[in-house]
Design a protein around this ligand. Structure first.
Ligand code: M6R
Length: 603
């Protein structure tokens, strides 16, 4: 989704900004722009489409020592150059970039901006006009007018504002949208994601909601809502630029699929104490053992990971687990149990739908754990506890290694809770040993790329739609497999409970419709095979992904045998590769599917 970068106090600011914007490309966007100035001249450049289009417009004279840049994912107003950020005020003096959504933009426009000339349809343009209007009406300096405007604005925002009359300062404010200040030597930077500025600094200062920061080349000045000065230590980002490079891979998605065995082994290292016990905070375990129900709140792939972990969590801990979509739960909260415990699953830790639920459960005083890939992310900071996925940055929009690491962390947590509750003996389920077996099995699956590419061509080559079916955990993996396929290859795909097909959806099966069955569970496998027979009789082309111990002659994809509670970790891998190859074979951009954003920071 939208991204912000900025720098003050460094020559050739435009180069830093363009590199930063490129690093934010993975988040998804449809236009981009930058503003640079140096006290004698200033330049505003915008372009629809890729950063490359913007780069082509940045001529040598577009240079400065201060600048702000933006990638926009359209919310208000279609993707266009006019709607791309930065936006300027009525006189052109103020320049603003913004992530988030201003909910009362209509009222603000009608109340304060009568007679102003707006160039596009964005809420951001209204914000920058509003600041200047307050400066003019009330004879205020820029900072005071900005503060007044923030009091009038309702919604989510990360703002970066530059006044052309003071081209040595960036004013920054934040509410619900992520924003960091990076500390340089003789310069400072701002960014919505530390990855964007890693070549400039590894030292960042977090900004909290409601704070306003004045950033110059040699200092940052943070104020809270009441105008009190805030001092906050910086932290060092534990990220390496090589983590975010593709290396020899054609696409990040393929790299990230291949990284999954390494991530499984890294989790073993991170969560195993030298004596073999599980390294998870005792207080967290105590809170969970005291709860009578776990509520997992998540979106998209993270939600599917919640489903995949439900059964194992219940089995190992004997605590009932409910899985909810964040966007539904927040506004339609079900009746809760007496002692609920909330788990927020989020790769990015920034998903607005999940965050709005966390804000509510915090208000209600319920304990919460965030399981995320990003240390210091909003959901991590705002929950009582955090467990990290240790998957390394996930850049491809289609989430792969985050899904498997979420299930693995849930399994580690489940064993720790089971042991703490004395529901389990250490010998019953040796999670670290089992994850090591999973890692080796994943390696054998990802070495089968040529065969999987051929199967993709044979089964998904020309189809417009496809079904994944399974029962229990295999159904949950089917939901994720279908999401992966549709979000990048644009094949309309559905993940279905195998037994439910005959209650309606089977009407969609035609001659040649691909139906992929997942079979890893001995108790339901023969039923799923029966359902595959039913669709074959109606013309479907069926492909079977089965555990080796349940396989039948003719099954096309065989999964090495792993612990029955962990089969999802393996079954998903070939489905990720089928989605990857289907997209490649159709000639689409695997890493940047249309309309999608990596980090979804609006509700
Ligand atoms: O960062 P999160 O895990 O909270 O993101 C949730 C979803 O937006 C994300 O999983 C999305 O569904 C992916 N595109 C799936 O590949």
């Amino acid at each position: 989704m939208c991204g912000i970068v900025g720098i003050v106090g460094k020559p050739e600011a435009e180069k830093v900004i363009l590199t930063g914007l490129e690093r934010l490309e993975y988040r998804g966007y449809d236009s981009a722009g930058l503003f640079v100035a140096d006290g004698t001249s200033d330049h505003l450049v915008k372009a629809q489409g890729r950063i490359k289009n913007l780069e082509d417009k940045v001529t040598p004279k577009v240079t400065g020592t201060i600048g702000i840049g933006h990638t926009r994912w359209a919310t208000h107003g279609r993707p266009s150059e006019a709607n791309a950020h930065p936006h300027t005020s009525e006189s052109g003096r103020l320049v603003l970039v913004h992530n988030g959504v201003i909910e009362n933009f209509d009222t603000l426009q009608h109340t304060y901006l009568e007679g102003d000339h707006l160039k596009g349809q964005t809420d951001t343009e209204i914000a920058v006009h509003l600041i200047e209007s307050l400066m003019n009406r009330q004879k205020l300096d820029t900072l005071t007018a900005f503060k007044k405007a923030l009091k009038l604005i309702q919604g989510s925002y990360a703002f970066a504002l530059v006044d052309k009359k003071d081209p040595e300062t960036i004013y920054v404010a934040k509410n619900k949208s992520p924003l960091l200040i990076g500390l340089g030597d003789g310069f400072n930077v701002i960014c919505s994601d530390a990855l964007a500025m890693l070549d400039q600094t590894h030292h960042f200062v977090e900004i909290e909601d409601g704070e306003l920061v004045t950033v110059t080349a040699d200092q940052i000045h943070i104020e809270d809502q009441k105008g009190n000065l805030v001092y906050r230590e910086s932290y060092e980002a534990q990220l390496d630029l090589t983590d975010i490079e593709k290396g020899t891979y054609p696409y990040y998605m393929l790299k990230e699929i291949d990284e999954q065995p390494t991530v499984m082994r890294r989790l073993i290292q991170e969560y195993r104490n030298p004596d073999g016990s599980i390294a998870i905070d005792e207080k967290l375990l105590e809170k969970i053992t005291q709860s009578d129900r776990i509520y997992i709140i998540a979106c998209g792939t993270s939600n599917h990971a919640g489903w995949a972990a439900k059964h194992l969590f219940e089995k190992l801990t004997k605590i009932p687990v409910e899985i909810h979509l964040s966007s539904e739960f927040g506004y339609n909260m079900p009746l809760l149990s007496q002692h609920p415990f909330f788990i927020y699953l989020s790769q990015s830790g920034e998903t607005a739908d999940s965050r709005q639920v966390l804000v509510r459960t915090n208000q209600l005083g319920y304990p919460a754990l965030t399981i995320t890939n990003v240390a210091g992310s909003t959901l991590s900071r705002e929950a009582d506890y955090t467990l990290l996925l240790h998957a390394g940055p996930e850049i491809a929009v289609a989430s792969t290694k985050a899904y498997t690491s979420q299930i693995a962390v849930m399994a580690i947590l489940a064993e720790a809770v089971g042991l703490a509750k004395q529901q389990l003996a250490a010998a019953d389920f040796a999670i670290f040993q089992e994850l090591s077996i999973v890692a080796t099995a994943m390696e054998s699956l990802i070495s089968e790329k040529a065969a999987l590419s051929q199967l993709t061509e044979d089964y998904l080559g020309t189809t417009r739609n496809a079904f994944y079916i399974g029962r229990g955990n295999d159904y949950y993996v089917s939901m994720e497999a279908a999401l992966k396929l549709k979000e990048i290859s644009y094949i309309q795909a559905e993940g279905f409970a195998a037994g439910e097909l005959k209650h309606g959806t089977i009407a969609l099966i035609e001659e040649g419709t691909p139906v992929i069955g997942i079979i890893t569970d001995a108790t339901t496998g023969s039923h799923t095979r029966g359902n595959l027979q039913e669709v074959t009789s109606r013309g479907a082309k069926t492909l079977v992904i089965a555990s080796e111990d349940l396989a039948k002659v003719g099954d096309q994809i065989l999964l090495p045998v792993v612990h029955p509670l962990l089969t999802s970790l393996l079954a998903v891998v070939p489905t990720q590769l089928l989605a990857y190859f289907a997209t490649l074979q159709r000639g689409y951009d695997v890493d940047k599917p249309r309309n999608l954003a990596k980090s979804v920071t609006v509700e």
